[in-house]
Design a protein around this ligand. Structure first.
Ligand SMILES: Nc1ncnc2c1ncn2[C@@H]1O[C@H](COP(=O)(O)OP(=O)(O)OP(=O)(O)O)[C@@H](O)[C@H]1O
Length: 463
């Protein structure tokens, strides 16, 4: 059943599978194990090349090591070329402050792109399936997503010089499990999937069984819904850009002016997308999703017979209606610069109200890694300085050759421009930047697991 469904799905997507080459990301779970089995068993029929990649995130010690061994053995027994790598994701989380899911994904995709290049493969095939699709669509609708986000998981998207593809979106988890049983695949199960704590798992355990019972074809319907939304959105967004370009002026300083009559003359589906387009242009460096209330306020400002009005939006965005035009601009605040030196335990309250605390000899495990910096007290050069950023500031970072511009660190962390000039920068006595609090640490004063040196602890509490 699965075989026929997937083949028909690939034909419907006009996916030219013959003579192509795949890297299959295999976690060891049923979805990706079935996927590699499905593709590998058709390698002669379709003349395709298949390589497997598995990343051990080192989250679950020996257990995740065994998962890697299992994938390796599964492939070696069938002569499938396989690449396995270990990456210390917990350490990466400590360095970056990212959530475990985002950090794992970052590391996985970096690894995938390395293997794709090594073997010169066209496609990265992943095991997302119909249950994932339903969960994603429902979660996004529940959260209030707009535009293409409502379409859930796309069948394909560009990745490196090729594409990511998901051939199993048309089948249910149940069908995959049946396939595994039929072919004696004996996958591994990740225990974190069973916990009911994550939002996705709540949809999985509470909503999906209900929908599948209501209509056993629900996976197919959601998949078609996703594809329709995706293509309708592409078309409507193209039209929106075309129409908006006639009524919108974008200035070099980033501000946008709209001709209200022209805007009102557009059909409502394009007006709604037009607003999203304006917001996308304005908030591009730090995407901010506005609530439905903000969007309603914007519509009534534009449609109000009163010729003037003002709105204040998040991150300092000001919207001013003046007669026939509506103007969008970020207010420019003069940032207050400051400079402090610390030689001894002290608490400093910055002009923004943020608090920096300097303490000695704390146990290192007491602190959240993102909000504190530990420095070996026998090694660090005092005074520690706290200041605002200067032009050309750079920092050395763990795992990276050379230095990185502080400006780029702010951009990566999506810190709005107007906050960057007042963000604290922590340096040693030689003005080497050792920490951008809450964002990034340098590797200048490494700490070690389980050492018994005394530490200086600098902690940061945002106002
Ligand atoms: N550690 C990993 N190494 C390689 N590929 C992975 C890894 N983890 C996930 N993937 C790929 O990403 C897809 C989606 O991952 P996700 O964590 O959402 O699903 P999963 O529950 O791990 O699926 P599976 O049943 O394959 O374990 C997987 O189907 C697989 O193709």
């Amino acid at each position: 059943m699965l075989d026929r469904k997937v083949e028909a799905f690939l034909r419907r997507k006009q996916f030219e599978i013959e003579n192509s080459s795949f890297l299959v990301g295999v976690s060891g779970g049923p979805d990706s194990l079935a996927l590699v089995h499905f593709l590998w068993s058709r390698r002669e029929k379709w003349n395709i090349k298949v390589v497997v990649a598995h990343l051990d995130h080192m989250f679950r010690g020996n257990e995740s090591f065994q998962e890697a061994e299992f994938v390796k053995e599964f492939c070696q027994n069938r002569n499938i070329p396989v690449e396995v790598e270990q990456v210390n994701v917990p350490e990466y989380i400590e360095m970056t402050g990212l959530s475990s899911q985002v950090a794992a994904r970052d590391c996985r995709y970096r690894f995938f792109s390395k293997v794709l290049n090594k073997y010169q493969l066209n496609y990265l095939a992943l095991g997302h399936h119909g249950d994932d699709q339903i969960e994603t669509v429902l979660m996004r609708l529940t959260r209030g997503s707009t535009g293409k986000a409502r379409a859930g998981i796309p069948f394909s998207r560009p990745f490196e010089s090729g594409e990511i593809v998901r051939p199993f979106l048309c089948v249910s988890k149940r069908e995959i499990e049946d396939y595994c049983g039929q072919h004696q695949l004996e996958p591994r199960y990740d225990p974190s999937n069973e916990k009911d704590v994550y939002s996705r798992n709540r949809f999985r355990h509470l909503v999906l069984p209900f929908l599948s019972k209501e209509n056993p074809q629900v996976h197919e319907h959601f998949q078609r819904f996703s594809e329709d939304i995706d293509s309708d959105e592409s078309y409507l967004q193209e039209l929106t850009v075309e129409k908006m370009n006639r009524v919108m002026k974008r200035k070099k300083d980033g501000s946008i002016t709209i001709d209200i009559e022209g805007f009102r003359g557009m059909p409502m589906p394009l007006q709604r997308r037009g607003i999203q387009l304006i917001l996308k242009y304005l908030y591009q460096e730090n995407p901010t999703s506005l609530s439905a209330i903000h969007i309603d306020q914007l519509f009534s400002l534009m449609n109000n017979p009163q010729p003037s009005g003002t709105l204040d939006f998040p991150n300092g965005l000001k919207v001013v209606r003046s007669y026939t035009e509506c103007h969008f601009q970020f207010s420019i605040k003069e940032a207050e610069t400051y400079y402090y030196e610390i030689n001894q335990p002290e608490v400093i309250i910055l002009p923004s109200g943020d608090i920096i605390t300097f303490e000695y000899g704390k146990e290192r495990n007491e602190f959240s890694q993102k909000d504190t910096l530990l420095l070996p007290s026998d090694n660090v050069h005092l005074p520690i300085k706290i200041r605002t950023r200067k032009n050309g500031d750079r920092m050395t970072i763990k795992g990276m050759n050379g230095t990185k511009k502080i400006k780029d660190i702010f951009i990566d962390a999506k810190i709005p421009k107007y906050e960057r000039d007042s963000w604290p920068i922590i340096t040693d006595s030689f003005d080497n930047i050792i920490w951008v609090p809450g964002i990034k640490k340098s590797n200048l004063y490494p700490t070690e697991e389980n050492d018994d040196r005394r530490y200086i602890c600098i902690s940061y509490k945002k106002h």
